[in-house]
Write a protein that binds this ligand. Structure first.
Ligand code: HEC
Ligand code: HEC
Length: 376
């Protein structure tokens, strides 16, 4: 008993080391407010990550010490297409303007370490040798170019475009304590680290991969307008869904219901930028952070299936809101949109959209693996 108290006090003391200026700096306070509305659901209350599946920590000291403002801005505004990380910038159909993105960055940096000077220029590695290291050491968490694992997908074009060689090298060398990304310095020789960085670089589909194409129809304001009907197959019968845990419906059941022309609403819970890039055919955009977008869904017993990419976290928030409002037939698409897409089920994709990596083999609806905990 006593030991527990001492441990808790010790942890609290570590937590307190991070000196915050939230109370005194209005930009940081504003950034925190925006963070809580748009990011907390995946990256967690203090931005230590892992509230939804594989959302990384935005607070690990080695990350903050090496991530420039430009890197963070690109990550937030342009997102990581093909993953659960949406483009939050207005230019791509997201909800945030430049000042709001900068405020979030100020909040993330608040009390964190200063930026480290990283050596400029390329790392002299050999990609072929690096692949051997990668396959043996990194793939079990990071997956391959076309198949994602549980950790950040490193073949992502925005990541590779915005991360310098030195950023990647430092991430491998110093790791991201306290997450499961351990420092590899020592376990790998400096030469092997150079090689693995060269291999990461080679994972970009083409050298100097360009920004993803702008969405097909530029968003009008922060939300795409409804063009099609809210209810699909208005005259159809109700689908006979069998829900798991009174909550989850499988992609196969929903595909069958659509094929049989059953009456249904499909709600995309992600940011509108994600909807513009890729959505299930017939889906309406109802971002998890904007409950007003649910107002035109009829509350008359019609089935509403919400989906996202995480694979069912923010869609769960939409379903919770609908249930709170008294909707009787609601479900969360269990496996999420990427599993739907990879099964070849119908989607609407922006022209030129790069293929998304396959979801990890097992997509749990069961409890999430215990997150790497921050000392906090
Ligand atoms: C639906 C879940 C979700 C939401 C909401 C979300 N993120 Fe993310 N974010 C992710 C995931 C997942 C990744 C990693 C991408 C991958 O899986 O490869 C990520 C990656 C990032 C990265 C890159 C980190 C790195 O290590 O390179 C930044 C920066 C980031 N998010 C910031 C934000 C901010 C700020 C917000 C709110 C405006 C936000 N995210 C909202 C899921 C989310
Ligand atoms: C046990 C699982 C695991 C292994 C093995 C692993 N990583 Fe990671 N890696 C992670 C996790 C988890 C993160 C994100 C940590 C966080 O939340 O900040 C990460 C982050 C990274 C990042 C930073 C990405 C970004 O967007 O900021 C790079 C680069 C990276 N890993 C490369 C590697 C390489 C190269 C190897 C092999 C030498 C490797 N990792 C092995 C789990 C792992």
């Amino acid at each position: 008993m006593r030991k527990t108290v001492v441990l808790v006090l010790a942890l609290a003391a570590i937590g307190c080391k991070r000196k915050s200026v939230i109370a005194t700096n209005p930009v940081v306070a504003e950034g925190r407010k925006i963070y809580v509305k748009f990011c907390v659901t995946c990256h967690g209350p203090e931005a230590h990550g892992y509230a939804a599946d594989n959302s990384p920590s935005l607070r690990s000291p080695t990350f903050l010490a090496s991530a420039s403002d430009a890197f963070l801005r690109a990550g937030i505004a342009r997102g990581r297409p093909g993953t659960a990380m949406a483009a939050f910038g207005r230019g791509l159909g997201g909800p945030l303007d430049g000042a709001e993105v900068n405020a979030i960055i100020a909040y993330l940096r608040d009390g964190g370490p200063p930026l480290r000077a990283l050596p400029p220029g390329p790392v002299p590695g050999d990609a072929k040798r690096g692949k051997v290291v990668y396959d043996a050491t990194c793939a079990r968490c990071h997956g391959t170019q076309t198949q994602r694992g549980s950790a950040v997908h490193l073949a992502n074009p925005i990541l590779l475009e915005t991360a310098s060689d030195a950023f990647l090298r430092w991430a491998v060398e110093a790791g991201r304590p306290p997450t499961s990304m351990v420092p590899w310095k020592g376990a790998l020789t400096p030469g092997q680290i150079d090689d693995v960085v060269a291999y990461l670089r080679s994972m970009a589909v083409a050298p100097g991969i360009p920004a993803p194409p702008p969405p097909a129809a530029p968003a009008v304001g922060p939300l795409p307008p409804r063009k099609g009907p809210v209810v699909l197959n208005r005259r159809g019968r109700a689908p006979d869904f069998v829900l798991k845990e009174d909550r989850f419906v499988s992609i196969d059941q929903v595909k069958k219901a659509l094929d049989a022309k059953r009456r249904i609403v499909i709600a995309d819970a992600r940011a509108p930028s994600d909807w513009l890039n890729l959505h299930i055919v017939g889906a309406i955009s109802t971002p998890f952070y904007d409950a007003r977008t649910l107002d035109d869904i009829p509350n008359d017993g019609t089935w509403v299936v919400a989906y996202c990419a995480c694979p069912h976290h923010v869609s769960g928030e939409v379903v919770d809101e609908l249930r709170k409002r008294g909707y009787k037939h609601t479900a969360v698409l269990d496996e999420g949109i990427f599993a739907w897409q990879h099964k070849g089920y119908p989607v609407v994709a922006a022209p030129g959209l790069l293929p998304s990596p396959a979801p990890p083999p097992a997509m749990p609806s069961s409890p999430m693996p215990s997150p790497p905990r921050a000392h906090h």
